[in-house]
Unconditional design. Sequence first.
Length: 355
Amino acid sequence: MSMSIPGLSGGGSNAPNAAARCKTRRGKLLDRTQLRQMIQQSPEQLTSTIADKGYRNEIDKYSTRFSGSDLLEMALTDRLSREVNEVISFCQGELLKQVGVYANRFSYFNTKVVLRAVVNNVSAEELSHDILPEENEWNTNWLDILRNSTTISDVATELSGKPWGRAISALEPDSTLANYEDALDRHYYKESLVALKGQNTANALLRRFLHMEIDHNNIMKLFEGKRQGLSSEIIESILLPDGKLISTSMLKSASSMDEGGIIEILRKNSRFDIVEFEKSVGKSNEMKSLDPIMMFLNKRSFQVLEKMSYLSPISALPIVHYLAVMRQEVRDLRMIVRGLSVGLDKDLLEAHIGA
């Protein structure tokens, strides 16, 4: 998915109109009860239901080339990219800059998709049958970049005029795919925080949201690194700066701590629900899976973003909240579609709705 953001400054903001439009769109999204009901449906019923819930045009668009779960996944992904681009198109001035900060993450993600394709020798034609279908006009440029690239450094050259290209342009020739992906993550958050400088309420709240995402990213990497037996040096190298729960100055010491030590750092912040987090860590250890921790952090992200959208109702916050919830709806539907197609336990699918 590629976002088309024509300009990130100048002109007056139209927050009241854009926020109202997104509020209307948010009211049409599926709720948890509807998603649970869809888990109980047959593949034929699921296709019909998804079409009736607003995805019919996208399903029709891909029906000549795809079928079954592949058809639904292509339609869902297409709808998300179209929705984000439509929202961007009706934002103006400072609002466009603020919403663009969130929307840019999709281009950083697509950069990773192309890099992975190059490393794994996946052709543009193969990718157009999977993550970046050619029927979606916003994928054309990404597929062309892949066609023109034989190495990951070629991708950086092709993207040299874009922020996500500048993120990887200075890497050493022997850099790995992981190095490229880490550089993209660092660049996205660094550039986004700089773009949101200023003391107006929306900027301050959006910066707080980004700091929280950095913290959540680092928490996951700390627990994952510990359980994989990575050295403290390697763990430290993949952590992101500018967190608030675990400050930049604490990253080195956190990298060498066990899980209990990390929990004690988090306990010091009164805004972090340490009781529920400890429960998720306990479940994680029992299941030998990081899913409970990831689900706790994702739920916290949505709760905080929703609260921010109410604190600043005529600003970029309700718009970003809508885009995040729309993205989650597509994730949930794709999980249901793919899970049912391979026979996953329905209780397991239900437990992961919203995760």
